[in-house]
Design a protein around this ligand. Sequence first.
Ligand code: PLP
Length: 431
Amino acid sequence: MGVEKSMRLFEEAKKYIPGGVNSPVRAFKSVGDVPRFIERAKGSHIWDVDGNEYIDYVCSWGPMILGHAHDEVIAAIKEQAEKGTSYGAPTELEVKLAKMIVEMVPSVEKVRMVNSGTEATMSAIRLARGYTKRDKVVKFEGCYHGHVDSLLVKAGSGLATFGVPTSPGIPEDFAKHTITVPYNNVDALKKVIDEAGDDIACVIMEPVMANAGLILPESGFLEKVREITAEKGILLIFDEVITGFRLAPGGAQEYFGITPDLSCFGKIIGGGLPVGAFGGKAEIMDYLAPEGPVYQAGTLSGNPLAMVAGIKTLEILKRPGVYEALREKGKKFAEGIKAAAEKAGVADKLCFKNLESISCVFFTSEMVKDYASAATSNTEAYAAYFREMLKRGVYLAPSQFEVAFVSTAHTDDDIERTIAAAEEAFTFAKD
Ligand code: PLP
């Protein structure tokens, strides 16, 4: 497998782009390999500029739930492109996508489109603060909500492997309003709320953590969070940028039957184009300008190309049997990887997680339930496993603290080949 062109491009990229990439994890720094420069993608496969083909489990970090370049999504984008790519004025498409989101997501009565998940969480936090007239925000250690100043405190994703608990460039004055507590720890949250409840605007959380690897809520945890926030008039914000439209049509809130006050979306609702959204109770959402006093805006928000890609993606997801098929594929993948580790004799050193089409293998024998236990993972061993998989044509996330996504486009053959590769990779990685 040659990677000369990728190497050359990476060297050139570093001259013009900080670190050679437009998002840190793409640099492959924590897995000690050369980032593959991608030329094209179709279905579950991607091809790099050296002509290598990979089965892709990154799926653009989640958006490509239907696989890459889905024929119907591409046709919709092409048709819209002919009519113009941005107007900066309202369109019927925005109404259509907003209506679909409201119909699909139980707690959302009104929704505002933005351009990324980061914008969604940033705006939701501002709205929560404006609405409650309180300043403090509670987040969970290892949850990632984009690169919002006040949320880059003990965050997961890229920060987890870069070992930066909080980024330089964030004034103490901003970070001091953010309180962090361990995930799955009701007592810690209760304590914080007992002490500062009247100053807390919101608790923001990934209902299922997917930016520190995959960490599931323990039984009753989400219910308890909902109960104790409601008691103090603290808004509960579900960051469903990953879980939204993936765990179920209505995301984690439908899956677990919990009703947050506000929800944030991204990834899947853009069908591979840059989109985010936040929504919730009409009474809260009407606090946004131009109806209310909390300002929020965007030149490209509700972009027509992104709207048609999102509408088509959601339309396809709503077809009968799609989520069931996705669950089966996710299960086959996760169980197959576990069986491969058992055959390779390394299963006792690993912790396996799977929920629907998301999964993760932690290179630790601890039972992972929060960021601290996830952080016990042997990242060197993960890196070795990652490189062995890549050599065998399987493109996993280039970091222990990310997850694998299965799309509707992954075939049985893809998954079987991946499991066979994993058995060899686990064997090599253990030496
Ligand atoms: N929230 C969650 C849960 C995410 O996983 C991410 C990105 O991975 C974000 C927010 C930020 O989204 P974006 O990268 O589109 O700004």
